[in-house]
Design a protein around this ligand. Structure first.
Ligand SMILES: Nc1nc2c(ncn2[C@@H]2O[C@H](COP(=O)(O)OP(=O)(O)OP(=O)(O)O)[C@@H](O)[C@H]2O)c(=O)[nH]1
Ligand SMILES: [Mg+2]
Length: 354
């Protein structure tokens, strides 16, 4: 996906790729050789043609390093080496070199034609063979028999497998940050993690997901995903749309931020509901995720003054409200205490990356 960022003042184009297609081709097997060495009592010579080498395989290996599939949009074709042809004196051809492709953890691999899910890379160092090299052909030495001691027969190598694959990336994270634009998602991300996302006072500052790692309690690796904002109609493509929501499919829990600091956010409950309707439009299962609701910017006096009323209104819906200031840090420890509690529970049930 490419986005032109005019209002943000960033010139140029930002590319973030979380879905792409690649073509993989394993190596062909080498030909078997037809050759005759000198042999006593064999007028034509002794058949000594060696076998062709096997073609190299194409393998995918998961790696925690790259966090996008961007490089695959530059290089779509991936080919393993062909096997060498067989030689004289029963020399076998060398095997073709394997082609190893490193994909980020969180990548789902599908066969493009059948749409069958072949693999879901959930942890580092998982391997998957996606195209098998062709077998080398047999040389004429293999076809010697009692009736034919000098056969001219040898085989061609088999073709290596080839296919198109669809790669889709869904970040595995513990906590996803969602909400309307400008509510302070990136500010909270910067407060609780080591990430340094761009923060600014205009909507849609964050145009691609940011990942950060937070240290809390015994969790030294709490992965937090700051997602681009949602607005009403996002499922119809309004704003940045809902396409980034795939990244919270793998999230154990969601922090939903709300903001009443500006006159436009007069009804936070309606904002809260419309963001949830967008989640539902993307995938109803997203609403089953644990969701913590935080009222941000309580350092501002007019926000401070409405905490009680809003706590009560959310309590009526059975939703506790965490008043916080991502800017000053007030209330963040209480919110994160609950986050840790839920993440612990989720990990016990094996939720992250599930
Ligand atoms: N007073 C106050 N301002 C805040 C607080 N949190 C964020 N802000 C301000 O609100 C504005 C938006 O903050 P961001 O963190 O960029 O908001 P966002 O939700 O990531 O915005 P988008 O990426 O555009 O969706 C910035 O000017 C922040 O400084 C807070 O707790 N108190
Ligand atoms: Mg942001």
């Amino acid at each position: 996906m490419s986005l032109k960022t005019s209002r943000t003042g960033i010139t140029g184009t930002v590319r973030f790729v979380d879905e792409t297609k690649i073509w993989v081709k394993a190596g062909d097997g080498g030909k078997g050789c037809v050759s005759f060495g000198r042999g006593k009592f064999i007028p034509k010579g002794k058949a000594d043609g060696g076998d062709g080498g096997r073609g190299g395989d194409v393998l995918l290996i998961s790696n925690s390093h790259p966090s996008t599939l961007l490089e695959f949009s530059f290089q779509r074709h991936h080919k393993a080496g062909n096997g060498e042809h067989g030689g004289k004196k029963k020399q076998s051809g060398r095997k073709g070199s394997d082609c190893v492709i490193r994909v980020p953890v969180g990548t789902l691999v599908k066969d493009l034609e059948t749409q069958e899910l072949i693999k879901d890379f959930t942890v580092e160092d998982q391997r998957l063979g996606v195209a098998k090299g062709g077998k080398g052909g047999r040389g004429n030495a293999r076809f010697v028999s009692s009736t034919n001691r000098s056969p001219y027969r040898a085989e061609e190598g088999q073709k290596g497998e080839q296919r198109w694959l669809n790669l889709e990336l869904k970040f595995p994270s513990d906590v996803g940050l969602i909400g309307y634009p400008n509510v302070g998602k990136s500010t909270l991300m910067a407060r609780i993690s080591s990430a340094k996302p761009k923060i600014a006072d205009y909507p849609f500052t964050t145009i691609i997901p940011n990942l950060g790692v937070a240290k809390y309690g015994q969790f030294s690796q709490l992965v937090v995903a700051d997602l681009p904002a949602l607005i009403k109609g996002a499922h119809r493509g309004v704003g940045l749309g809902i396409r980034f929501l795939r990244h919270i499919e793998r999230t154990g829990l969601v922090i939903h931020l709300i903001d009443i600091s500006e006159p436009r956010c007069s009804d936070p409950i309606e904002d809260f509901r419309s963001v949830n309707r967008e989640l539902e439009a993307f995938s109803p299962s997203l609403l089953d995720k644990a969701q913590l609701v935080a009222l941000n910017k309580i350092d501002l006096t007019h926000v401070q003054g409405r905490i009680r009323e809003l706590k009560e209104r959310f309590a009526e819906m059975g939703t506790p409200l965490f008043p916080i200031s991502a800017l000053t840090g007030e209330g963040v420890a209480e919110l994160m205490g609950e986050v840790i509690h839920l993440v612990e529970e989720g990990r016990e049930r094996g939720l992250r990356g599930a």
